[in-house]
Ligand binder design. Structure first.
Ligand SMILES: Nc1ncnc2c1ncn2[C@@H]1O[C@H](COP(=O)(O)OP(=O)(O)OP(=O)(O)O)[C@@H](O)[C@H]1O
Length: 234
């Protein structure tokens, strides 16, 4: 089983006197969907941002045995792709964002038969989740929470560059029907031979969703993390 990510002795400090968390050690393997548990404010979002190299941290995050700087951070971020909980804070429109991400030469987009435009697949994915194409040309700030969540996720999945997705409450603004569509799609992508996607770290506050999607469960505390056993269902 291939080791995709290795987190070693990771700690993050808000300021010089306050660690948010410290001493995090864990690995992410091919096929994993790791659900992060932990009290509100313990640092789950912060941890995903550290892994995406968006926060400055102490310790090491290795992707396929190498640091983000070894690949170059922009390329690394297309391989280990962070999807924020509130993409509405991004500047410009979703189509601008798509153009920026697709400009990295690491991209290996999946194409739709009959389409020559390689950035069309994210738009097609979002259509499958009920998003009209015209919404891609609206400013993020003028989209609803659920629309921007689906578009950001469709970008991450549809570009097909990421081997590891870092999902920060990706369906928190969605109704149960849209949530089910998104969960099924991501599950199928993870198991598709055509998809680059190999593993996910997923933050959810829904225990039911955690049980539906998770293959491993990691409990974060301020002083470390431990793997929770998967309990048999009765
Ligand atoms: N930009 C920031 N500046 C200063 N402190 C921050 C910032 N962002 C988050 N924090 C603090 O860092 C800590 C961890 O926040 P984080 O959002 O990572 O927690 P979380 O476990 O994801 O929380 P929740 O479950 O409520 O979403 C909190 O104490 C939070 O107040």
């Amino acid at each position: 089983m291939a080791r995709l990510l290795q987190v070693r002795d990771l700690s993050y400090a808000k300021d010089k006197d306050h660690n948010v968390f410290s001493n995090l050690h864990f690995g992410v393997n091919d096929g994993d969907i790791i659900v992060l548990h932990g009290q509100s404010g313990v640092g789950k979002t912060t941890l995903l941002k550290c892994i995406a190299h968006l926060n400055v941290y102490a310790g090491q995050v290795l992707y396929r045995g190498q640091t983000p700087k070894y690949y170059g951070v922009p390329l690394y971020r297309t391989k280990v792709f962070y999807v924020p909980q509130r993409p509405s804070l991004l500047p410009g429109t979703p189509r601008d964002f798509l153009a920026t991400v697709t400009s990295f030469k690491s991209r290996k987009s999946r194409q739709i038969a009959g389409h020559s435009n390689t950035s069309i697949y994210p738009i097609e994915v979002s259509k499958a989740w009920g998003i009209d194409e015209e919404l891609w040309d609206r400013n993020w700030s003028n989209l609803s929470g659920g629309e921007s969540q689906r578009i950001a996720l469709a970008t991450a999945v549809g570009l097909n560059t990421a081997e590891v997705l870092l999902l920060d409450e990706p369906t928190s603004a969605l109704d149960s029907h849209s949530t089910a569509l998104v969960e099924r799609f991501i599950y199928d992508e993870l198991r598709s031979a055509e998809s680059e996607l190999k593993a996910i770290i997923w933050i959810t506050h829904s225990e039911e969703q955690g049980r539906r999607v998770g293959t491993r469960f990691l409990h974060i505390t301020p002083t470390g993390c431990e793997e929770e056993p998967i309990l048999p269902e009765f």
